[in-house]
Design a protein around this ligand. Structure first.
Ligand code: HEM
Length: 129
């Protein structure tokens, strides 16, 4: 964890933007255990999925954990590996494959604030304790 050039270890914006590995660890943690386990939707048309026919109007529970551990997108999904989220734009994952904050029009509007709070918490936790 870096400190300012003047030796002050308090957190500034420049630190938040540099905490890429900490965010990769956070993402991998959320991939393993999504803070929100899933959410409900209503089918707006009949459709088929995995051999099941889902009729229009049916309530559907969308389980984030199942998507976040799909081995097609995250090989060896039970392994804790923050490097999955390193690199350009936090790793290359297809759209809607990593969804701790949901996706699409109802995606979490607080996600950037949540990121700031999580990184500030980890910074203070590691530096002070
Ligand atoms: C780690 C922290 C957080 C996680 C994992 C999280 C996760 C989510 C998820 C998965 C959804 C989508 C629900 C859906 O599709 O039905 C959502 C929606 C939402 N979140 Fe968060 N959230 C977090 C923090 C926050 C914070 C800090 C705020 C506000 C300051 C916030 C405000 C909202 C709002 C307003 C929505 C509804 C968006 C909409 O329906 O258009 N969230 N969140």
């Amino acid at each position: 964890m870096s400190t300012r050039e003047d030796g002050d270890s308090s957190l500034g914006w420049e630190h938040i933007y540099k905490m890429k590995y900490t965010w990769a660890v956070t993402c991998e943690t959320m991939r393993h255990v999504a803070p929100l386990q899933g959410t409900f939707r209503e089918a707006i048309a009949d459709f088929s999925f995995a051999g099941f026919t889902i009729p229009k109007g049916c309530k559907i529970y969308w389980a984030f954990n199942m998507t976040n551990k799909n081995p097609d997108y995250f090989p060896d999904p039970e392994r804790f590996d923050p490097s999955r989220f390193e690199g350009e734009n936090g790793g290359s994952h297809p759209p809607y494959s990593f969804i701790p904050f949901g996706g699409g029009p109802r995606m979490c509007t607080g996600r950037d604030y949540a990121r700031l709070v999580i990184l500030a918490f980890i910074h203070n936790f590691v530096n002070k304790w």
